[in-house]
Design a protein around this ligand. Structure first.
Ligand code: PSV
Ligand code: MN
Length: 388
């Protein structure tokens, strides 16, 4: 196999999961701008996600967020997805948008609120049974704003108790993936602020519990690829929430703010042999397209991940290992940078053409007329939005 063929084979094995909420309106706390043609129902979100897969061939699943994507019949939604050429993926829980959760959810001081939050998480596993989803994504907005507000250790105990209850409910092929976030909405302590906290809980729970790395959830300057390498080495990386950021949790398109960082992360994934589905790493996007059109924004994001991965796959591994073991600092760095500086776009375009796809997914989507069609057809009703 030539090097180009090996890279193409690696890229073909890479599956990227799309977030249903990326197709709805979103914004900042200052303004949500409505875009014409935005979906009004989970069914329409699935239709839009299917367009991304149609032109990239790389995004076969769409993640749901409950209750934003609540429907009466999840098996019916799964059938709708299959008809559109995609499948339903990760179920994202939501214990952060109810008035009851002002002081937290599973870590709340009041057992009634903790019970309500746990019931929601268990309901999400029920939904997974209906959709055939493998992963339950847990993200807790829980935390405190002021020193002394609540007991840090008690909150960890409450968290551990809830996680154990959810873990016990998982089926044999289901997993829970625990996401961490440095700050926001809480500003003094978050109850799961970092990979170490998530890792400690997942380790105690067992092999069906894994850590999720949302690339926007670290302090500026954090070496994310180091975290990724460490988690992969311990077989505890459940997946990514990909996005990029200049400042905090900006949720911009993955690979847009710092493509070199994305390359370094994907290099560690390649190094661990974890690009394909066998190692169980879920490559999810978690983004908001506040000012750009949403479907092309998702197509561009998928292409950005493919480009970073193709560069990572083009690293001369033998040359790198030789330079590293010889202590050749500059030589090793040169091998690494050569790969990053390789233009992989022609290779990816050729791969798409060989697979019967348009070499330019953005242009193919633009030509399809879908964007004009949804603007004309989706009139009336309430547009979906982040948080609704
Ligand atoms: C929290 O900031 C987060 O990253 C979690 O994954 C949520 O479920 C998601 O954003 C919602 O956009
Ligand atoms: Mn996330």
């Amino acid at each position: 196999m030539s090097q180009d063929q090996a890279i193409a084979a690696g890229i073909r094995s890479l599956r990227i999961e799309l977030p249903s909420w990326a197709f709805g309106n979103s914004g900042t706390r200052f303004k949500v701008f409505a875009q014409r043609g935005v979906p009004r129902t989970p069914y329409e979100k699935v239709d839009d996600a299917a367009q991304v897969h149609r032109y990239t061939g790389a995004a076969p699943t769409v993640a749901l967020h409950i209750p934003w994507d609540k429907v009466d019949d999840y098996a019916d939604l799964a059938r709708h997805a299959a008809d559109a050429g995609v499948a339903l993926g990760t179920i994202n829980s939501n214990v952060f948008q109810d008035d009851d959760y002002m002081l937290g959810s599973v870590c709340h001081p009041d057992p009634r609120v903790r019970r309500k939050a746990l019931d929601h998480l268990i309901e999400c596993v029920d939904i997974m049974d209906a959709t055939g989803s493998r992963d339950l994504k847990l993200w807790f907005a829980d935390g405190t704003n002021y020193p002394g507000q609540d007991d840090i250790r008690d909150r960890q105990d409450r968290l551990a108790e809830a996680l154990s209850a959810v873990y016990a409910r998982l089926g044999p092929d289901q997993r829970m993936v625990l996401e961490y976030k440095l700050f926001e909405p809480s500003f003094y302590t978050m109850d799961v602020p970092d990979w170490g906290t998530s890792f400690a809980h997942c380790l105690r729970l067992g092999e069906k519990a894994k850590v999720v790395v949302d690339t926007g959830h670290h302090a500026p300057g954090t070496n994310i690829e180091f975290i990724v390498a460490l988690l992969l080495r311990a077989d505890k990386l459940g997946g990514f929430d990909f996005n990029s950021r200049f400042y905090a949790d900006d949720d911009l398109m993955v690979g847009s703010a710092d493509p070199f960082q994305l390359f370094r992360i994907m290099h560690e994934v390649v190094r661990a042999g974890a690009i394909g589905p066998a190692r169980g790493v879920a490559f999810m996007l978690d983004q908001c397209h506040n000012i750009e059109p949403k479907i092309p924004g998702q197509i561009r994001s998928v292409m950005n991940v493919q480009e970073a991965t193709a560069k990572a796959l083009s690293v001369d591994r033998a040359g790198l290992a030789a330079a590293q073991s010889a202590g050749d600092v500059l030589g090793a760095n040169a091998v690494f940078m050569d790969a990053y500086n390789t233009d992989v776009r022609p290779l990816l375009a050729a791969m798409r053409a060989a697979d019967g796809l348009d070499p330019d997914p953005i242009a193919a989507y633009a030509r399809s007329g879908y964007a004009e069609r949804i603007v004309a057809e989706r009139v009336g009703g309430n547009q979906a939005g982040w948080g609704a």
